[in-house]
Write a new protein. Structure first.
Length: 144
């Protein structure tokens, strides 16, 4: 149901972590995600700890789902001296190609404990259904 759009994205993420660079709007960092089917819907969960809901942007254009987020530095007083800063800051983005069998008009989004969860229902037209056929003098239902 989902397709990866860039096979080298994981390598980019590792290079960014090793080099200490953060994402920008023109070249965002990748965000980790899980995707799975649960009953009649697809669930995609993105890890975005420390990102406020105001800094999240979710778009769907045709079958392309785009999630962008920005983690900004925490404002510190002038007297604060940072000893260690390992949490990545900047812009994060992920694009996922959604299958035609998903209902992109009814996507639900929830953000809790730093995890953005999207639930995408399977379209009614993609669900199994019975098709009746004529069989001589009577009708018979078969799975289609």
């Amino acid at each position: 149901m989902l397709m990866r759009t860039d096979p080298f994205r994981e390598m980019d993420r590792i290079v960014q972590q090793l080099s200490g660079t953060s994402g920008t709007w023109s070249k965002p960092s990748v965000m980790p995600m899980d995707a799975y089917r649960e009953g009649d819907e697809y669930v995609i969960a993105f890890d975005l700890p420390g990102v406020s809901t105001e800094a999240l942007d979710i778009d769907v254009e045709r079958n392309m789902l785009t999630v962008k987020a920005e983690r900004r530095p925490v404002a510190k007083a002038d007297t604060v001296k940072v000893e260690l800063s390992e949490r990545p800051l900047g812009v994060f983005s992920r694009q996922v190609v959604l299958a035609d069998s998903l209902d992109t008009e009814r996507i639900e989004a929830d953000y809790d404990a730093g995890v953005l969860t999207l639930r995408i229902p399977i379209a009614e037209r993609a669900k199994p259904r019975k098709v009746s056929i004529s069989c001589g003098s009577g009708r018979k239902e078969i799975s289609g």
